[in-house]
Write a protein of this length. Structure first.
Length: 484
């Protein structure tokens, strides 16, 4: 249960907060003085703090500075009178998470606190390499990077090499391969681990909102801008900003990010003040940025700025030797939460999992294991507990497995299965499946000749090679398919 500390001398505000945040969702602690609040934060650091900007014996800004000395990673949300927002903005420049004005909008405050809880979790929950798949209580576990295959060993080495260096990192990998976990591991093992870590999914935010999300805006900058808002680059001063799916960023925003990387300064939307920031950027994408550069969809200069150090994550189908520890990890992680006593998986079930193509990678595997645990009635996950869509897909693929690992997929089955799973990235997953089938068909047609295949596809040979590698296509297997 996440913990929330509220520091406010107004009893009516504290009463409202007690009614809004209560167990089992939130454990709330309250203090009416800065001294009492600081003592609570010192003895039992909360996940999030709500702090009144005006306190009787100490200013909110002074209290905030002392809270930062206790733990600078705790997101702090200021409460301010509607006429006193300038002080809250100053606090946000110092690293506060956000502010709300009186009278409090409970729905907005609840949403803000929930987002802050997630930010706090991302910063505090350790990302560690699993030494074995036997877990302790799920709620006491760190988030684990699970895998013993050679490709994952290289990923761990890369994290260790790049984390202490203050350089930009680009993480490349298909959807669901664990790019955010790697970004958090880099942050936590870096010299910025006491500063903030914020994540922005560039694909999930419309173009017209992404710029203001990153750079902030001044009051009156556009219709609806009724107050000044601090952007993520400003919030993340002395910290790390994770830009997920940066390949989906618009050219205009790309140019502004490039300037920030070059000069570490920017202006808010509608503002003239140049703001300096010290932020490390970790970017990630499932796209081929080199190909996007060739199509002028991504700035070449930004690509080279981002591509200082690249970590490539292997898709799940290329690390089947990790399937067993991954499955055991997810069983241990979710059994207790779902009230199940499942301790292992049947050999037959494991074989079925290894036959599946896993277009959604680790995220899809996690969903499949969750579904199986919900259906489970005994201590072992037998095939009957696995989702019907997976059983059907493996049965269809089995007769052709000896000759063709890249059969054209049943799009409708994949789409329907993803809709049932609540996928939030179906477009990208489906495009991946289509792209793999297209490249396999063209390479089969050219007998594995990549130069001819690139010409047919209308892309460069270098881009084709990158796609072959990222999609896990075996040229030798494609040629054998043609001979058979």
């Amino acid at each position: 249960m996440p913990t929330l500390l509220a520091i406010d001398d107004d009893p009516s505000v504290l009463l409202l907060l007690r009614r809004t945040f209560s167990p089992p969702q939130v454990e709330l602690h309250t203090a009416q003085t800065a001294k009492e609040g600081l003592e609570l934060a010192q003895s039992d650091p909360p996940d999030v703090i709500i702090l009144d900007i005006v306190l009787p014996e100490m200013s909110g800004l002074e209290c905030y500075q002392r809270l930062r000395d206790i733990d600078a990673r705790i997101p702090v949300i200021f409460i301010t009178a509607s006429t006193n927002s300038s002080t809250a903005i100053e606090a946000m420049k110092m690293g506060a998470y956000d502010y709300v004005s009186k009278p409090l909008d409970v729905r907005h405050l609840r949403s803000l606190v929930n987002r802050a809880f997630e930010i706090s979790r991302l910063m505090k929950v350790r990302v560690e390499v699993a030494e074995n798949e036997q877990a302790t209580e799920a709620e006491k576990q760190p988030d684990l990077l699970v895998g013993r295959c050679s490709a994952m060993q290289e990923v761990y080495k890369a994290i260790g090499r790049v984390a202490p260096q203050n350089i930009t990192v680009l993480i490349q990998g298909e959807t669901g391969t664990g790019k955010e976990l790697v970004a958090r591991a880099i942050y936590q093992y870096s010299q910025r681990d006491r500063g903030p870590f914020l994540a922005v999914n560039c694909a999930a935010i419309p173009d017209n909102l992404l710029e203001s999300e990153l750079f902030g805006y001044e009051k009156g900058a556009f219709t609806g801008a009724d107050r000044t808002r601090i952007g993520k680059f400003e919030q993340c001063n002395h910290g790390t900003l994770f830009l997920d799916e940066i390949g989906d960023m618009s050219p205009l925003t790309q140019s502004k990010v490039l300037r920030l990387l070059q000069e570490q300064r920017f202006e808010r939307l509608g503002g003239n003040e140049t703001i300096h920031t010290d932020v490390r950027i970790i970017a990630a994408t499932h796209r081929d940025l080199e190909e996007q550069v060739g199509r002028t969809e991504f700035r070449e200069d930004l690509y080279y700025r981002l591509n200082v150090f690249t970590i490539r994550l292997p898709p799940l189908r290329e690390r089947l030797e990790d399937m067993e520890p991954l499955v055991n990890h997810f069983i241990q992680k979710f059994s207790r939460a779902l009230g199940k006593q499942v301790s292992s998986i049947a050999t037959e079930s494991m074989e079925l999992l290894k036959k599946y193509r896993w277009p959604g990678n680790l995220r899809e595997l996690e969903s499949i294991i969750k579904q199986a645990l919900v259906r489970a009635t005994g201590p072992v996950l037998v095939p009957d507990f696995l989702p019907e869509e997976l059983l059907t897909a493996t049965q269809v693929a089995e007769p052709a497995a000896a000759n063709d690992d890249h059969q054209f997929p049943d799009w409708q089955r994949h789409i329907q299965g993803s809709l049932k799973d609540g996928s939030e990235n179906l477009y990208a997953e489906t495009l991946e499946l289509m792209e793999r089938s297209l490249l396999t068909a063209v390479l089969k047609h050219t007998g594995g000749n990549q130069l001819q295949a690139a010409k047919i596809l209308g892309i460069t040979r270098g881009s084709l090679r990158n796609k072959i590698r990222s999609l896990g296509i075996s040229i030798d297997r494609v040629i054998r398919m043609d001979e058979d």
